[in-house]
Structures are given as C-alpha cells and as structure tokens.
Design a protein around this ligand. Structure first.
Ligand code: PNW
Length: 493
C-alpha cells in the first residue's frame, strides 16, 4: 500500500522534473543560507597550544601514510590562525550561518573533562565572536570524525565508556559556548563514523569488523547523542534557547523500476542507510526491516544473538524524541534493484541489506568516485524524509568536487543551481526546509583523498605559506542567490 502511493507520487514527480527548469520562486526571508567546514579539515595547528592528538592526526602520521596524496592536515587551511579571513569570506558571501565543528582534543586534550585547554577554548570563543559581530549565526557540530586518540586507545566508539565521555564533552561545550549558539549538531554523519570507521575499516580509526563493528559503534553513538540532547534539554535549554540535533547523510535511492521488488529494495536500502540512525531518534528503535533481517542472517550464521544490538525499552524511550530538527547531508543518488538473497557466510552489512545498486553512466560525475550530479534526487529525498519523519530539515551539506580546483568552476555553479532549485521545489511540495549549507567554504583536506578532491567555493593555495584564499566563480553565484533569495534573473514575488 505504502509502495503504491509512492509509485504514483514518484511518477508525477518524474514528469515535472523532466523539464529540469530552474525554480523562479523566491526563498523565504527566514530561510538560512550558509557554508560549512570541519575542524580537522581546515584548522591545522594540530599540536599547537596544548591540543591533544586525534585519530586523524594519528592516522595521517602513521607509516606508511594511507592518504591518497600522502598529505596530512597538520596545517591544511591554517584556519587556527586565519579564522578572521574565513569570517571575512563568509561576510563577502553574505551568508546567514556558518557551520563548523569543534575539535574535541583541542578543547579536552585528554579526551576527558578533567582538563580543559584554555587556548583551544579561546580559539572557538574568538571565532564565535567574530561571526556574531558580523551577524553570522554559528551552527556547531560537536563531532566531525576527530575522536581523541587516547579515547580510541580505550576502545573508541565500539566501547560503552564513550557514551559518558561524549556527554561530558558536550556538556563542557554547551557550558562554554552555548550562550552564543542557537544551532548544535551532536554528530556529523554517523554512518561514515561507524560503517567506514569501524566496519569497512576505510577511514580512521580503520577498524575492519564487517557486519559487527558498525552496529556496535552506532549503538553507542545513538545513546551518546541522546544523552547530550537530554543534558542540553535539562540543563541549558531554558537559558540558551538553542536547538540540538544530529546530521545524517544519505544519497537518494531510486528504484530501478516500478516493480514491487525494486521499490521494496530501495526502501530497505534507505532504511539501512538513514533509518538506522533516524528511526531510533524520530520514530523509536531501529527500523523493523533491519531488526528482522540482521536477526535472521545472524541466526543462519549460527550466532545465538543478532549482530544488531537491542535497545532496552528504557533506552528506546530515552532516545526517541531527542531532536529539535533534522540535519541532512546529501550529494548523490543511486539506482536500486532487488537481488537474490546473498548466501550466508561471513557477516557483512551489505549482505544484510541484500540489494543491488548502481550509478547510471548518464550521470555527470564529480572528482569523488561516489559523487554524481542528480539534483532531482534531493527533492525526492526531502519528500521521503517528510513522509517518514515529518520534521523540519536543515540541509547541512551539499556540494561538488573537482580535481583542478580552478577558479572558473561552471560545473560547480551548475550543480548548486540545480540542487538549490530542487530544494525550492521541495519546499513547494510542502517540506519544511530551514536552511541550505554549501560544502564547502573553501578547498580543504578531503579525508582519505587528501587535497586531491576540491569542494571549495574559495580556492586555497596549499603551496603558499599564507594559504592564500581566492574566490572561485561559484562565490559570485552563491552570493547573488543569498542576496536575491532567487536562482533566476527575476523571481516571482
Ligand atoms: C561528507 N558518500 O562526507 C563529510 O561530512 C565532509 O567532511 C566531506 O568533506 C564531504 O562530505 C565531502 O566528501 C561524505 O560516499 C563522504 O556518499 C562520503 C559520502 C557522503 C558524505
């Protein structure tokens, strides 16, 4: 029944989207436009003024260095020293908000709240002050992948101690910075942290534990998120009056055909990708399809309990409702087909899903292997999110990568224009979208790809000691969109 409804819905949408016209509707005045970065990707100053080591410092300093171009982010954009220039760029763009993250080990060098690094605190206070005095709203992520290395050595996200450690860290941040912050995010992209970090083992801390580690990590991360939200709710909300949530990333998953099997496969895929994190917070507990499938496959593997940990009833209640909005990172889409049930063998998250997936050759691609230009996907995703969670959505990342980082970045402009247009259409469809955040303010350290893939609106010269920033053509484009709240020459009033 549900699937039938969405078939009709999607095919109507397909007709509207075939024209690929840019929306001529204005964005509401209170709609927030901004850009984003993350601490490890831009700050540098990796061991300055008492900062502790984190898992990315550790990984990039290991021998051999596993980063594609052998780089580290020891200096990167040097935002630790150049934050005033960053804010001047934001001012030039005319953004409403700036999303950045706090480096846990810069504030708490031992990972624990018994020692606060004052120089680190001063850095973030200065940045926030500079933003506020330029009328730019800070949107702060507490955890954008940079766990203090000492906490990793005690087990990291797959060990339960991390729940209290994160909650203590969150409390310190609310206490120190909360007076000036209206928008908080506990985590950036739990799927990347848990699946890529502790299951596939492809990003820091590079732990390979397929079909097990990702679920364990998530089980702790969700409880840590909930604990931080409750601390804010009970101890800070009344005075600080901000909003706390989490940012979850997903591509859009388009069923390959109208067949019930493909429709069901696409829904299952997004439940494993997005519902895994969002369902406990917005609807209560892991998605039914995950519980059933992981339990059945675990049993068939001869295990006496499911590889997907279970929440107690109290935990389900404790986690449910720990949101004030929903943060969304979206870049790309995939086509999804039903597939034969994967054979029982070694545990695997992908086999737990058990579908087949591909990207169409017709889609334009960015520099990143996973990134394709599918602007229609964001509209469909936003509509799916409304239907599934019915909550205000803040788009906290969306953007395009190239290799050359050249100033004439028409492909990036085209990407932004079409995606933002589809966001505007989704608003017209009735989705409550609070804001849009372009990734990224400037070229920066793109994790395992180092400096090879560039997402910036501003180019950064990583060969100059100055880390000179130069606006690409996309700056003028985005600036105009923000100023006029409109994507075409003249918008409907
Ligand atoms: C995000 N995918 O990561 C991160 O939040 C940023 O730090 C990062 O720089 C940016 O996107 C660009 O990569 C993602 O495979 C990494 O779909 C991979 C995917 C999505 C987001």
């Amino acid at each position: 029944m549900i699937y039938k409804a969405s078939v009709i819905f999607l095919s109507t949408l397909a007709i509207t989207l075939a024209q690929d016209e840019i929306s001529n509707k204005k964005f509401p005045e209170n709609f927030m436009f901004g850009t984003a970065t993350a601490a490890y990707q831009v700050e540098g100053g990796w061991n300055e003024d008492g900062k502790g080591e984190n898992i990315w410092d550790y990984l990039t300093h290991s021998n051999p260095n596993p980063i594609a171009d052998g780089s580290t982010a020891d200096i990167s954009c040097d935002s630790y020293h150049k934050y005033k220039e960053d804010v001047a760029m934001l001012k030039e763009l005319g953004v409403d908000h700036y999303r950045f993250s706090i480096s846990w080990s810069r504030v708490l060098p031992n990972g624990t709240a018994d020692k606060i690094n004052l120089a680190g605190v001063t850095y973030y206070k200065n940045l926030i002050k500079e933003l506020k005095s330029n009328n730019i709203e800070p949107l702060i992520t507490l955890y954008h992948w940079d766990l203090p290395q000492v906490l990793q050595e005690q087990g990291g996200w797959t060990d339960e101690f991390i729940i209290d450690a994160f909650a203590d860290y969150a409390k310190v941040c609310f206490e120190l910075f909360g007076e000036d912050v209206k928008y908080w995010l506990t985590f950036n992209e739990p799927k990347q942290t848990c699946l890529y970090g502790y299951d596939y083992g492809s990003i820091a801390p590079k732990i390979y534990s397929p079909g097990v580690g990702g679920y364990k990590c998530t089980h702790n991360l969700l409880r840590a998120h909930a604990k931080a939200w409750h601390i804010y709710d009970q101890e800070f909300r009344a005075q600080q009056n901000g909003k706390v949530s989490i940012t979850i990333d997903t591509p859009w998953f388009e069923p390959d055909s109208d067949s019930e099997g493909d429709q069901e496969a696409a829904e299952r895929q997004i439940q494993f990708t997005f519902g895994w994190f969002a369902n406990p917070i917005f609807n209560g507990d892991y998605p039914e399809v995950m519980k059933t499938r992981v339990a059945a496959r675990s049993a068939a593997e001869g295990l006496n309990q499911s590889r997907l940990p279970e929440f107690t009833d109290e935990e389900i209640t404790y986690i449910l409702g720990t949101h004030d909005y929903l943060g969304l990172n979206m870049y790309s889409s995939y086509m999804v087909k039903e597939a034969a049930e994967p054979e029982i063998g070694d545990p695997s998250y992908d086999n737990d899903i058990g579908i087949s997936i591909y990207q169409s050759d017709d889609w334009e691609t960015g520099a990143s292997s996973w990134l394709n230009v599918t602007p229609w996907g964001i509209r469909r995703l936003l509509n799916w999110l409304k239907k599934t969670y019915n909550t205000p959505i803040f788009i906290t990342e969306n953007g395009f990568s190239d290799i050359d980082g050249k100033l004439n970045d028409d492909r990036r402009i085209n990407y932004y224009k079409n995606y933002i247009s589809n966001v505007r259409n989704a608003i017209e469809d009735g989705v409550d979208v609070l804001g849009y955040t372009a990734w990224s303010l400037m070229d920066n350290f793109e994790w395992m790809q180092g400096f090879k893939e560039k997402f910036g609106l501003y180019q950064v010269d990583f060969d100059s000691p100055n880390r000179t920033r130069t606006p690409k053509d996309s700056v003028a484009f985005f600036k105009k969109v923000i100023e006029t709240r409109c994507l075409v020459d003249v918008c409907e009033e």
